[in-house]
Design a protein around this ligand. Structure first.
Ligand SMILES: [Zn+2]
Length: 73
C-alpha cells in the first residue's frame, strides 16, 4: 500500500486531519494507524495512541508523527 504524506511537523492534535483514507504513521516504529479506528489503537512503541472512548489522539513525540493518505490507484 502506498501513502502520501499530507501533514508533517504537527504540534497539536486539533490540527490533525482525519478521515477514512487518512492514517497516522509513527516514524519511530513504522506503525500505521487508521485515523478513524473501530477500537482503541496505538503503534507498537506507544508514540501514537487513539482512545476511542474519548475521541482522544495522544502523541508523545510529534517529530516522529505524520499524517498520511492512502493513495487510490
Ligand atoms: Zn511507534
Amino acid at each position: 500500500m502506498e501513502h502520501e504524506v499530507i501533514k508533517r511537523g504537527l504540534s497539536d492534535t486539533s490540527e490533525t486531519p482525519k478521515g477514512k483514507d487518512v492514517f497516522y504513521r509513527c516514524t519511530e516504529c513504522g506503525g500505521l494507524i487508521s485515523s478513524v479506528p473501530k477500537e482503541n489503537a496505538g503503534c507498537r512503541c506507544g508514540n501514537i495512541f487513539i482512545d476511542l472512548d474519548y475521541f482522544h489522539l495522544a502523541v508523545r513525540d510529534y517529530t516522529k508523527f505524520e499524517a498520511v493518505m492512502k493513495l487510490l490507484r
